[in-house]
Design a protein around this ligand. Structure first.
Ligand code: SF4
Length: 496
């Protein structure tokens, strides 16, 4: 009997199955059909079940009951996490898939903050005690679209009557072009210590074609300002697969980024989904790298980051050994939720603002996605939750397996669900094992080093919703969740 113990090297670059890498290193060398087999669209598993399987209309009273119950369990023990979505941006980056509203009219800040305050008040009424806030993240959109004074008001209201956990982690997304020293000083005083700058690519021609001009000098200044203000964590987000990107441009981007020594870097795949993101239709498709070129961008980019002292953690993330994410990964404390990888699991993530998602362990809820609809719902004095999902016991068991694979690289089978694992997961796991990508023991399964690029495909072996959906459709590939009709593409972006 093979006991599954300890950690393995958790997979890398779940976004991409890099054929160049595989051709060089994997036991499937010389079998291109086998390599292509794993390059299917597959979820990123920031939730399970994944969003396409949620119900369109969440029962609000049931959500409130579940929220109250979970809050009682979590608050005193671990504290709660908050995500605040701040959707405004001054200009449109045409690759962007976020929920955002483009405007240069800053009078929108006040109306939006009032809606957030109302929503927070409604949730406070569901809490029997003052919330203990452990994690807080400002995302967007562009949080630094808001003035320092308005961000200070936001934080004052959120923390009024709340308790800040002694081991708290407050973080934010910042745009290198508009994050001022005043923003940073203000947020530092509110407890923020980590900022993520969207870098994407530093080549001017790439920046022009994606409509995001941000000179390297701006990133240098924003990074220096963050450190001078006292921020101890600076993250950069890079993207590969953008139009006009090539190896030389990526090499220079990474060299410039590395020269500023960010603590953590995300290296995301550009998901070209013009059927879902209208602005991407402005991208001239002939400017996009081919699948082979994109794989090489990923593979070389990963090598350059690792040669520069960064360790590949989970999907898409690279961190210096001094960074908290690296330590959480090393100590098996990594968690994954809608914010991606996090260093702790507070057990309860509450999302405020338009389109925000909450995760309370037993249920997910997503707020109304249009700004007008969000204001309207909040204006009626009720929560803005729209779609969501209540997890069954089976869902919770298989969610744990997926989180284990994504965060630790192995999972121990839940004895209560062995027959379901045998029926649904084992066929896929055996196929992965046959290709040398996992090792199956009697009590669990572990990624092999060759399986690390396929982390998401291994997670999928425990995605009962997707597996059953595929079977019902008689499909051999992931199209998932909803019918693919007309111009609409698959629910998940293609890996390459
Ligand atoms: S990438 Fe960021 S700044 Fe650009 S449009 Fe999207 S949310 Fe706004």
């Amino acid at each position: 009997m093979t006991e599954i113990r300890g950690r393995s090297d958790v997979g890398q670059g779940g976004d991409v199955v890099p054929l160049v890498y595989l051709a060089k290193y994997l036991p499937v060398q010389g079998q291109p059909d086998l390599l292509l087999k794993w390059n299917q669209p597959v979820p990123r598993y920031t939730s399970y079940p994944t969003v396409p399987f949620w119900k369109e209309h969440l029962e609000a009273p049931r959500w409130k009951d579940a929220f109250r119950a979970r809050f009682s369990e979590c608050n005193e023990k671990e504290g709660i996490s908050l995500y605040i979505h701040l959707p405004f941006c001054e200009s449109l980056c045409i690759y962007c898939g976020c929920n955002k509203k483009i405007t240069t009219n800053h009078s929108v800040e006040d109306e939006y903050l009032q809606a957030i305050f109302s929503e927070w008040s409604m949730y406070l009424q569901l809490m029997e005690r003052p919330p203990v806030i452990r994690e807080l993240h400002l995302g967007g959109g562009t949080p630094t679209f808001f003035s320092p004074q308005n961000l200070e008001r936001l934080m004052a209201r959120l923390l009024e009557g709340a308790v800040v956990h002694p081991d708290h982690s407050f973080s934010m997304e910042g745009h290198p072009n508009n994050t001022s020293r005043e923003h940073l000083d203000t947020l530092y005083r509110s407890g923020f210590r980590r900022i993520s700058y969207g870098v994407q690519d530093l080549n001017r021609e790439v920046q022009e074609v994606i409509h995001r001009i941000q000179p390297f000098e701006n990133l240098c200044r924003a990074t220096a300002d963050a450190r001078a203000a006292g921020f101890t964590g600076v993250n950069f987000d890079l993207i590969y697969g953008l139009p006009l990107q090539n190896l030389e441009r990526l090499r220079l981007t990474i060299a410039q980024a590395v020269s500023l020594r960010p603590d953590r870097m995300a290296f995301y795949s550009y998901a070209h989904t013009p059927w879902a993101n209208c602005a991407q239709r402005l991208i001239e498709e002939s400017y996009l790298p081919s699948a082979t070129e994109k794989m090489e961008l990923y593979e070389r980019g990963k090598e350059w980051l690792m040669e520069s002292g960064y360790t590949n953690i989970g999907m898409d993330h690279f961190a210096l050994p001094s960074d908290d994410l690296f330590k959480a990964w090393r100590d098996n404390r990594l968690h994954r939720n809608f914010m991606g990888y996090t260093t702790q699991d507070s057990g309860m993530l509450l999302g405020l603002g338009v389109s925000s998602i909450s995760d309370i362990g037993s249920a997910f809820a997503q707020n109304e996605k249009t700004l007008g609809g969000y204001y309207q719902l909040i204006g009626t004095g009720d929560l803005a939750v729209r779609k969501g999902y209540f997890l069954s016991q089976e869902d919770q068991a298989f969610r744990r397996h997926i989180l284990d694979i994504a965060c630790k690289g192995y999972t121990v089978f839940d004895p209560a669900w062995l027959s379901v694992i045998d029926e649904w997961s084992m066929p896929a796991l055996r196929e992965l094992e046959g290709d040398g990508l996992v090792r199956i023991g009697e009590t669990g399964v572990r990624l092999t080093p060759a399986g690390r690029p396929f982390l998401r495909q291994v997670c999928k072996a425990f995605d009962l919703h997707l597996l059953r959906d595929e079977k019902a459709r008689g499909a051999g590939v992931v199209q998932c969740g909803k019918a693919v009709t007309g111009e609409r593409g698959p629910s998940f972006s293609k890996a390459i």
